[in-house]
Design a protein around this ligand. Sequence first.
Ligand code: ASP
Length: 327
Amino acid sequence: MKKLLALALTAAVSVGAQAQAYPNKPITFVVPFAAGGPTDLVARQLAEAMRKPLGGANIVVENAAGAGGTIAGTKVARATPDGYTLLVWHIGMAATTSLYRKQQFKPMEDFEFLGMINDVPMTLLGKPQLPANTYRDFEAYIRANGGKLNLAHAGLGSASHLCGLMWQSAVKLDKSMTTIAYRGTGPAMNDLIGGQVDVMCDQTTNTTAQIEGGRVKAFAVTTAKPLSKHKLLKDYPTLQEMGLKDFNLTIWHGLYAPKGTPPEITKKLNDALKVALKDPEFIKKQEDLGALVVTDNRVTPEGHKAFVGDQVKKLKAVIDAAGQFAD
Ligand code: ASP
């Protein structure tokens, strides 16, 4: 009995000491999509902004792409809960649980919620060779040619996939486009620019520069309200203005640790995240790309968890209605 008590005490002391010394080696942000895409970008910008509040910690980004993000989700859910393996994931955290029948983890049970990062609108895009220049012409063109066209996305449960699903069901296309899955919209964007695929709906953080450079055509934004404060995106109509009643899709990103990470460590991470979200440089980088840094109570672990729980329910309804599932 004495021996057991001593063992338990030593374990408690070493976890406490570990938490106090945290971080004393590199932290990995696991990103569920390819490098060069919107989630990779926010993870890298956040890594930079969290470095200082974490005492100059080295934060590296690992791209574990595939299966709409569930490979990375599984990896972090099973990682040692010591604060050195974290997950930066978006709306897919709430969507994939309804899409993948054999998902290896439970989003609401297998993670510590560390706080949300940003909200990102999306833009509906076409390859530069498309004949349409306005949303109306674009919709007419897709209606006439839908069956022959390809829609790029970043895998089942990705933001681009959800947006494509929602848009096609809102406009009630007779013939849906053929979907082509990539490991992220970074590589998908290259093919859209090159004209190998026809249409994509992607986050403004990945599209703004391409629209500005005239490398792709943009037709509409997916938010309920126009992006009237953004110098470029203010010129595009919302899908609601174009007649798609109730269309409203904004992509959010959050930060997660494996369940069981010591509370001293999750607190350090949440504190550092809050500092990063007030960093003027980080805020500017996000705003220039059309995204908004989270400032409401979703920056707290409780607020973050409540929001994701709500999103799981809302997205289940959308996904069940669309009837597309994966194993
Ligand atoms: N966030 C994905 C990426 O970074 C894209 C998506 O979800 O559509 O590639």
